[in-house]
Design a protein around this ligand. Structure first.
Ligand code: FMN
Length: 186
């Protein structure tokens, strides 16, 4: 029997992304975001939901763009740190020991050490309640060659990404192939 477990968003699981922006003085900032995901195929878009109190919120509105940097388990400590402190108060990049450079197509920083980055142009913003959802059109995705399979797609086993689901967890077991395993019921 199921029981009601209350009204709150359940990360089941949620991605762990790091959103990169510049502030009004050109200082780079990185913010961890879990209320995020893919939201459209054509044009390819992602969304990140950000509270107005975040430095990142002001920065996205200012520059109308943001980067999404995907960490691997090796960078879990730095990723958590980006979610604990505000770029208003500290130079998080310097403290993390990571390095950034400006994106190729947008005025937002990307993290050199993270193996996959997306450059996004803000196309819409939706005020929902506690969070504002920023929808970004993906203009470019760059990934380290070592994490790609022979077809040039991201190899989930080589990638080493992690998610938020009762803690930070790796993703390591395949339970079926999409648009395929259900075919026997069609
Ligand atoms: C795992 C994790 C997930 C988070 N997800 C979000 C999120 O989706 N949206 C948000 O507004 N804040 C989120 N936060 C909190 C921000 O990352 C945090 O407030 C950060 O210090 C904001 O940085 P900034 O002020 O430099 O933008 C998350 C924090 C952690 C640790």
């Amino acid at each position: 029997m199921k029981k009601s477990i209350g009204l709150h968003p359940l990360p089941f699981p949620a991605p762990v992304w790091v959103v990169g922006t510049y502030d009004g003085e050109g200082r780079p900032d990185m913010m961890t975001a879990a209320w995020a995901g893919v939201c459209c195929s054509e044009p390819p878009c992602v969304s990140v939901s950000v509270r107005p109190s975040r430095h990142t919120y002001d920065n996205i509105i200012l520059n109308e763009c943001f980067s999404v940097n995907l960490p691997t388990a090796r960078y879990v400590r730095e990723t958590d740190y980006f979610g604990l402190v505000s770029g208003r108060d500290r130079d998080k990049i310097e403290k993390s020991g990571l390095s950034v450079k400006k994106g190729r197509l947008i005025n937002a920083p990307v993290i050199r050490e993270f193996p996959l980055v997306m450059e996004c142009r803000l196309i819409r913003q939706v005020e929902i309640g506690s969070h504002t959802e920023f929808i970004g059109e993906i203009l470019d995705i760059r990934a380290e060659e070592g994490m790609l399979d022979s077809d040039g797609a991201v190899d989930s086993e080589k990638a080493g990404f992690f998610v938020l689901f009762s803690g930070y967890r790796g993703i390591d077991s395949l339970v079926g192939d999409p648009y395929s395993v259900g075919k026997e019921l069609v």
